[in-house]
Design a protein around this ligand. Structure first.
Ligand code: GLP
Length: 233
């Protein structure tokens, strides 16, 4: 893992932007994208840049089950607000949270990933070590699946909703196995609340208890941390 420690989230946005720019210079055609507060400054840099995505494909990691693209807390909506409305891609894929048929939706999304192998996958990190919505205990070989969110993830994400009862209980997420197929992975974490998960991801054993620890098995991982997130290393 190649680790960069930056001053703050603004500097992380600039460092992340450079990794995107490099990947595009090297011919990346499919970008794997993530939601949450962490990637926002990278998206801000991408939006402010003269990079053109109109010939590229994006594939997002996950979506809440039961939230449609017009719900302000859906990941579709997030991507539209932060990136796609400013920098349209030729095609953008996000799991369809309104498809109640989990078997059909996860199969559809696996087919999307197979047809559009990801060149650079951006990831945030959950406080419990999750990536995408792959919670502790997820099979490292997993492909796209329906996930029951843990109490800790529901609580961590409640800040975006009026109250914790409004947080969806399920999500569709690319699996750990799907994520590890990306040619290059960029994982970003900020703040002291992520410090334990960061240490477990980088220095701990590779274990299903810490989904992000499987990144140790990938050959091309870039890590961007602020000092607080790096404080337990
Ligand atoms: C959610 C998302 C993850 C994200 C995590 C951390 O659970 N599914 O993809 O990495 O939250 O979010 P934040 O970046 O807001 O800390």
């Amino acid at each position: 893992m190649n680790i960069q420690i930056v001053k703050d989230q603004a500097a992380g946005g600039r460092a992340g932007f450079q990794i995107f720019q490099q990947a595009l210079q090297q011919g990346a055609k499919v970008l794997g994208l993530a939601t949450g507060s962490t990637p926002v400054t990278i998206y801000d840099e991408l939006v402010a840049s003269d990079l053109d995505f109109s010939h590229l494909t994006s594939v997002n990691l996950d979506e809440y089950v039961g939230l449609g693209a017009d719900h302000p807390e859906s990941y579709h909506y997030f991507m539209q607000q932060h990136l796609f409305s400013h920098k349209p891609f030729a095609q953008s894929f996000v799991p369809d949270g309104m498809n109640a048929d989990a078997a059909a939706e996860t199969k559809r999304y696996d087919d999307v990933i197979a047809q559009h192998p990801v060149d650079l996958q951006l990831l945030g990190l959950g406080q419990n070590g999750h990536i995408g919505f792959n919670e502790p205990g997820t099979d490292p070989a997993s492909t796209t699946h329906k996930v029951a969110l843990t109490a800790s993830t529901i609580e961590a994400n409640a800040r975006f909703f009026d109250n914790a009862n409004d947080v969806p209980r399920y999500a569709y997420s690319m699996g750990i196995g799907s994520i590890l197929q990306a040619k290059e992975i960029l994982i970003v974490a900020y703040g002291a609340a992520k410090a334990d998960a960061v240490a477990a991801m980088i220095q701990g054993p590779v274990t299903p208890e810490v989904p992000a620890s499987y990144l140790q098995t990938h050959q091309n991982v870039q890590v961007i941390l602020d000092e607080a997130a790096a404080s337990q290393l």
